[in-house]
Design a protein around this ligand. Structure first.
Ligand SMILES: [Cu+2]
Length: 433
């Protein structure tokens, strides 16, 4: 049985969430070995890493503008740290060892305290040996609730992930191999949507918060079971909600959907051999009093649009990898002919300065590029600012302009969220002073 057969063979079974969810903010978050039931009953358990006994770790919820206080404890074998992906965070709390803090040694602890200025769907994950620790399960959802949230019957988190498993359900041990690093990263052979709720009623209005926590897989997902619209990407509301078609989520990207349920809600992943069901929310019973107002966009964020005329023009060329990506860096991958973290930042910005960055993919692989501590506008073909994201997917041999207002002081990583690419060269940093 090859890898894809294995993935498809396991597709048909309906699965229950293996984890506990919904923890309050202001608590202890301990990274530790966990045992998870990813596979259907009787097909084995998976020993991996998690937080507070589960992977994904507990869902942390904060209110818009509220403070998150987490006492992190490292109960795993190696050093670790926690990054709060997408939050416009105080730099000292960004969780990047070597740049914003020292890695937390085994048995050590670190207190993360930060404000969450913008509501939306975020996540947290290890940023130390992340290609290995995130693949082993060190991540969880981070939800910042709107002051005035849209009216829905259920708010459901949908974690999309894949794992490379052995036949007995263990994590395949070949982490960090050269093939993964120089190609597509550690793609799994088993994928699922881990759902925070298993059943809803017909007639319910639900908010679905999709988070791609995979270290390598770009999920292409269709949601069935009702009429809905896309209301946010990477936590940030869309000015105009989009129709619900195929959703493409690069590693680390999020998409929020609001949907009126007419039937079981299904999450189908496109594969070369057809649709593969990642998960399903059952439809049990009927809501006697469905919300009849049309689905409304999320409240807009209070962020002024960037001025491209004042922007510093920059090019960030992605280079390397298998199949002809030549460059002068010393590892598999590079940005602008340099592999890994330069001693000096790639750029220094005065606080509030705008940059127009052409992200140019000169490789044979797609890359989802993440800028820490900020969101940026993807610039449309016509030059107008488009989606406001923290991670942008650039296809092979294509380029994308982004406009970023660097208004958050500190040292910020920029890297590919295919974490094997990050580990083998595709990263740099900027400083905002
Ligand atoms: Cu990449």
């Amino acid at each position: 049985m090859n890898r894809r057969d294995f993935l498809l063979a396991l597709a048909a079974t309906a699965l229950t969430p293996a984890t506990g969810w919904a923890a309050p903010s202001g608590f202890r978050l301990k990274a530790e070995p966990v045992t998870t039931r990813l596979l259907p009953d009787g097909q084995g358990v998976t020993r991996m890493l998690g937080f507070n006994g589960s992977s994904p770790g507990p869902e942390i919820r904060a209110r818009q503008g509220g403070r998150v206080a987490v006492s992190f404890e490292n109960g795993i074998d190696g050093a670790s740290a926690v990054h709060w992906h997408g939050i416009h965070i105080d730099n000292a709390m960004d969780g990047v060892p070597g740049l914003t803090q020292a890695a937390v040694k085994p048995g050590g602890a670190f207190d993360y305290v930060f404000d969450a200025p913008h509501p939306g769907t975020y996540w947290y994950h290890s940023h130390e040996r992340s290609w290995e620790q995130v693949a082993k399960g060190l991540y969880g959802p981070l939800i910042v609730e709107e002051r005035d949230p849209p009216r829905v019957d259920h708010d459901i988190t949908v974690v999309l992930d894949d794992w490379r498993l052995t036949r007995s359900g263990g994590l395949a041990p070949n982490f960090g191999n050269r093939h993964d690093f120089s190609h597509d990263g550690r793609l799994g052979n088993f994928a699922r949507a881990l759902l925070s709720r298993e059943a809803v009623r017909r007639g319910d209005r639900v908010r679905l918060r999709l988070i791609n926590t995979a270290t390598a897989r770009i999920f292409r997902v269709r949601i069935g079971g009702g009429d809905g619209i896309v209301v946010a990407h990477d936590g940030m509301p869309l000015a105009k909600p989009a129709p619900l078609g195929e959703l493409v989520l690069a590693p680390a990207q999020r998409t929020d959907v609001i949907l009126d349920v007419a039937a079981p809600v299904t999450f189908a992943m496109a594969t070369r051999r057809g649709a593969y069901e990642l998960g399903k929310i059952a439809a049990q019973g009927v809501n006697p009093a469905p919300i009849d107002a049309p689905i409304a966009p999320l409240p807009p964020v209070d962020i002024p649009p960037p001025d491209r005329k004042k922007a510093r023009r920059l090019t960030l060329a992605m280079q390397g990898g298998a199949m002809g990506g030549r460059h002068r860096g010393k590892d598999f991958w590079a940005f602008n002919d340099y592999s890994g973290m330069p001693y000096e930042p790639w750029q220094r910005f005065a606080r509030g300065e705008t940059a127009l960055i052409t992200m140019k993919n000169d490789t044979a692989f797609p890359h989802g590029i993440h800028i820490h501590g900020h969101h940026f506008h993807e610039v449309g073909e016509d030059g107008t600012p488009g989606h406001y994201r923290d991670t942008t997917l650039v296809d092979p041999r294509r380029s994308r302009d982004v406009l970023c207002v660097f208004d958050n002081p500190g040292k910020w990583l920029i890297h590919c969220h295919t974490l094997a690419h990050q580990a083998s060269g595709m990263k740099t940093w900027v400083e905002v002073v």
